[in-house]
Design a protein around this ligand. Structure first.
Ligand code: GLU
Length: 384
C-alpha cells in the first residue's frame, strides 16, 4: 500500500498515541567513537532523552550494547577479538565501565541506572522470565532506568541471543511494551543500497516484514557491533507479529527519541499486527526454543493456518526429536519443510510416533489410553 503524507502521519500518531511502555535499543555504533572508545557525550545526550521520555509519562527500558566495544576502548584493542574467552573477558571489563557511564549520566537528572544482564536461558525458564518482568515493573516505580544487556561473560552459543536486536525484541514482548525503538547508525531501512549516487531513501512505513523487505537488509554492520539490518528486521518481525510497533532510526539524530514520540516522520515504522498476542502465546511462539518438529500434511496446514483448528493425529505424517508431553514443538509442512506454527504438545514424541495418521477414535486402541483428542490444542498454538 502506498501511503500519502497525511495518511502516514495519521497512522504514526494513531500508533504512538497507544504507547505506554517503550524499549529503546542502543547499538554499539551509536555509543562509541570511531576509535572504539565510549562516546560519553553521546551517552549523556541519550540518557537525557530517555529521562525526557520518563517525564513525558512513558515507562522506558534501555537495551544497550557497547560492553565489548567499551572494553576494547579501555584495553586499547583495535580489532574485535574472535575467541570466546577473549570476548567474554573484554565484555566484563567493558560492561562495568558502560554501566558506570550510564549511571553517571542518569544521576545528572536524579535517576539511577539499574543493570540487568540476561541470557537466552533466563527467558526459557518460566520462573526467571516472570522475575525479570517483576523486577523491571518494580524499577518503573522507582527513580531508575533499567539498562539491559546480554550477560556476555557467561553466554555461550546454546544460551546466547548473539545480538542485542534479538534481546530487545524478547524484552519488548516480555513487557508487552507497545513500542521498540532501535537506534542505530543508519537513518532507517533504505529502499536500495545507500551510496552517494544511488539516491536511496528511507522507507517510512513497513506493513509487513516480507521476503522483499528482508532482501533490503544490506550489510551495514559496523566494526564493533554484531548485528546489521538483518538482525534488526528479524527483531521487527517478532515484535510486530506479537502486535507491537517497531521504529528503526538513527541514534545520532538530534533529540531523536522525543521527536519520534512527538510524531515526526523519522526512521522506519514497522506496523504492528492487528491482533495482539497474549503473554502466554508470545512465550510459546517467540520465546521458547522448540524441542522437536511435527510434520503435517497439506490438509492440516490449511486447517491450522486458515481455519483456526487444533492439530489432530490424523494430519501428522512424521515426527522428529525426542520430547515429552508439555514441551514446545514446531509444526512444519511436510511439503516445503517450513515451520509455520509452534505449540505445546499433549503427547510425547514416542506416543505421536504410534498415533500419527490415525483418527482420534483410534488413539485409545493404539495407546491403550487417550489423554486428549488434540495433539496440540488451538489455545496452546501460535501460527508464526
Ligand atoms: N552484548 C554485546 C555488547 O555489549 C553487543 C551485542 C550487539 O552488538 O548486538 O558488546
Amino acid at each position: 500500500m502506498v501511503y500519502n503524507m497525511k495518511l502516514k502521519d495519521d497512522l504514526r500518531r494513531q500508533i504512538l498515541s497507544k504507547v505506554k511502555k517503550i524499549v529503546v535499543k542502543i547499538g554499539t555504533g551509536v555509543l562509541t567513537t570511531d576509535d572504539g572508545c565510549l562516546d560519553k557525550n553521546q551517552i549523556k545526550q541519550l540518557a537525557g532523552q530517555v529521562v525526557e521520555l520518563k517525564k513525558m509519562g512513558y515507562s522506558v527500558v534501555v537495551v544497550s550494547s557497547g560492553a565489548i566495544g567499551s572494553g576494547m576502548g579501555e584495553l586499547g584493542i583495535e580489532k574485535r577479538p574472535t575467541t570466546l574467552p577473549e570476548l567474554q573477558a573484554v565484555a566484563s571489563i567493558g560492561q562495568s565501565k558502560l554501566i558506570s557511564v550510564y549511571d553517571e549520566c542518569f544521576k545528572l537528572h536524579g535517576f539511577h541506572a539499574a543493570q540487568i544482564l540476561l541470557t537466552r536461558e533466563d527467558f526459557e525458564n518460566r520462573q526467571r522470565y516472570l522475575n525479570i518482568c517483576n523486577t523491571i515493573h518494580t524499577l518503573f516505580q522507582l527513580n531508575a532506568i533499567p539498562v539491559v544487556n546480554e550477560n556476555d561473560t557467561i553466554s555461550v552459543d546454546e544460551i546466547a541471543f548473539g545480538d542485542n536486536d534479538a534481546l530487545s525484541a524478547f524484552v519488548t514482548n516480555l513487557l508487552n511494551a507497545e513500542l521498540l525503538i532501535i537506534l542505530s547508525s543508519v537513518d532507517g531501512l533504505y529502499d536500495r543500497y545507500p551510496t552517494a549516487k544511488s539516491k536511496a531513501t528511507v522507507i517510512p512505513i513497513v506493513e509487513h516484514v516480507s521476503d522483499d523487505i528482508k532482501n533490503l537488509a544490506f550489510d551495514t554492520k559496523t566494526l564493533m557491533g554484531v548485528g546489521g539490518m538483518q538482525t534488526k528486521l528479524d527483531a521487527a518481525s517478532v515484535v510486530t507479529k506479537a502486535g507491537e510497533a517497531v521504529i528503526i532510526a538513527n541514534g545520532r539524530t538530534e533529540s531523536i527519541l522525543k521527536r519520534i514520540m512527538q510524531g515526526e516522520n523519522l526512521g522506519t515504522l514497522f506496523l504492528p499486527n492487528k491482533e495482539k498476542l497474549t503473554s502466554r502465546k508470545r512465550w510459546i511462539g517467540y520465546t521458547m526454543k522448540s524441542k522437536g518438529t511435527i510434520y503435517v500434511d497439506t490438509g492440516a496446514v490449511c486447517a491450522l493456518s486458515e481455519k483456526g483448528k487444533s492439530l489432530l493425529a490424523s494430519g501428522i505424517v512424521s515426527v522428529e526429536g525426542d520430547f515429552n508431553k508439555g514441551d514446545i514443538i514446531s509444526i512444519s509442512s511436510k511439503e516445503d519443510k517450513i515451520v509455520f506454527a509452534k505449540g505445546l504438545t499433549n503427547y510425547s514424541s514416542e506416543e505421536i510416533e504410534k498415533i500419527k495418521g490415525r483418527s482420534t477414535l483410534e488413539i485409545t486402541k493404539v495407546l491403550g489410553y487417550k489423554l486428549y483428542d488434540e495433539v496440540i490444542h488451538r489455545d496452546n498454538m501460535v501460527i508464526l
